[in-house]
Write a protein that binds this ligand. Structure first.
Ligand code: HMS
Length: 234
């Protein structure tokens, strides 16, 4: 376990950067209308350490500062911070312990996606934007009570080996994962967007899933070709 007093200068710098990054990204949750009052949270693994930076519980988004972020270990134990950590800390910590490729977790109750979660219904991969980002239907995870690591177990059981970085936890809301906090926030923004679009489409009739070969081709293009690639001068 990494104790804060044992951190190298490099890791201490990484921790300060993660505090600032995680704090700032909470503004994206409100900017994109993904949360109500204090109802969502972001955490990020501090690169090169066994530390996690997470939102304090129940503190309004406008009052968050880098300094108010809570630092925990991978068991969810608070190592630094004057506030209690998010009530979902044990869930986030469980994900970090069991999905080493995941460096960030985001939780929201965004309206349309949570409406699908309330029905325990996966969102069918019916539009290109879904195939791009999620590569599949957005799956539903089991219902779990808030507070322990049961939510984390449900997230891991559902997302491990799945292309989707988002899971709709039944009767609860959205959890997304990513290689960093920005990627996990992006997945949360896109999850709400596609949840709304597919919901609206269904109001006018049945919605068909894209053929699997189109989902595969779209996912491959978006993940491996789309945008600016490293080394590209365009
Ligand atoms: O999902 C829930 C409650 O339903 C919690 O995650 C949410 O209110 C956020 O709690 P925290 O302020 O992060 O403790």
């Amino acid at each position: 376990m990494t104790a804060l007093s044992d951190l190298s200068a490099h890791s201490a710098e990484a921790l300060e950067a993660a505090r600032a990054r995680v704090c700032a990204l909470h503004a994206e949750l409100t900017r994109w209308n993904l949360v109500t009052w204090t109802s969502g949270n972001i955490s990020e693994r501090v690169p090169g350490t066994d530390l996690v930076v997470i939102k304090p519980s129940g503190v309004t988004y406008e009052d968050l500062t880098p300094d108010s972020m809570v630092v925990c270990d991978l068991r969810g134990e608070r190592l630094d911070g004057r506030h209690a950590p998010s009530s979902d800390t044990d869930a986030h910590a469980y994900v970090y312990r069991h999905m080493p490729e995941v460096n960030a977790v985001v939780h929201t109750h965004s309206t349309y996606a949570t409406a699908w979660a309330a029905r325990s219904e996966p969102i069918p991969c019916a539009i290109t934007a879904m195939a791009d980002e999620f590569g599949d239907d957005i799956p539903v995870g089991p219902f779990a009570l808030i507070g322990g690591d049961d939510i984390g177990r449900g997230i891991v059981a559902t997302l491990d080996g799945h292309r989707s970085p988002a899971v709709l936890m039944a009767k609860h809301g959205v959890f997304t994962v990513g290689k960093d906090a920005k990627a996990a926030v992006k997945a949360a923004v896109m999850c709400e967007d596609v949840a709304r679009t597919v919901h609206l489409a269904r109001e006018h009739g049945p919605v068909e899933r894209l053929p699997q070969e189109h989902i595969d081709a779209l996912y491959d293009r978006y993940q491996n070709v789309y945008g600016q690639r490293e080394g590209s001068d365009t």
